[in-house]
Design a protein around this ligand. Sequence first.
Ligand code: NDP
Length: 255
Amino acid sequence: MANKQNKIVLVTGGSRGLGKDSALQLARRGFDVIITYQSKKEAAEEVVKEIETIGQKAFALPLDIASTAGFDTFTADVKNILDTQFASAKLDALVNNAGIGINATIENTTEEILDAMTNIHFKGPFFLTQKLLPLLNDGSSIVNTSSGLARFSFEGYAAYGAMKAAVDSLSRYQALELGSRKIRVNSVAPGAIETDFGGGAVRDIAEYNQGISSQTALGRVGLPDDIGTVVAFLCSDDSKWINAQRIEAAGGFRI
Ligand code: NDP
């Protein structure tokens, strides 16, 4: 009898931070993993090695989520990995995680900044998901990365926070339209987490870290595995009845 195929997940932005932790948590739960990176190829290759040490298959592909022009090539690359490394199996989960924050007050927000936030957080995930639909199994799980900043507000995050609110809305529409294929779509909304995000401010600036901790019911900022575990849960069948939800993982910030 042929070996049972592991589940396969694609995590964008898996070279660092939340995407890396999500990829590792998913590997620990038996997923084979394709991650993407934008520029940090070596970091991505390290994550691939870590996943292989866990005992799962892993591959890393370059992707610029801000540039839809590259999506056909990227999709063909994913299909090639599925065909050659997984006997033409399809994806079981997609984690749209890649992204950056740009801090600019409304007064200082240029069209370039607004376009960047739109392309990275909304247009990119919208069309990447569209392109990948034929490569997703029916019954798959899609996790889109929102942010606490779609609910609460920090000065300088208008464009970013508004695009993350768009992600929450998009997730519900995707859940509605993809329900006929039994594909679930949820968004995870992290609070402030210690990663390289925003120049690593939450991790590296003690005052900032303490300020956020003091407004958080659980009394600290988040760590990557506070999010990776949620993403892994949402990709797994343990969350099979959770659909079209925004799950905030922020330790109870400003409640
Ligand atoms: P990191 O800066 O640690 O990692 C960002 C990841 O995204 C890297 O893998 C990076 O690739 C990739 N990336 C960045 N820009 C692009 C691009 N244009 N195209 C493709 N990939 C890109 O950030 P986090 O892990 O903290 O953030 C991950 C997600 O979580 C983002 O969507 C962010 O908005 C969201 N988030 C983060 C919070 C936090 O406090 N950390 C809070 C709420 C939401 P490379 O390594 O090659 O540069």
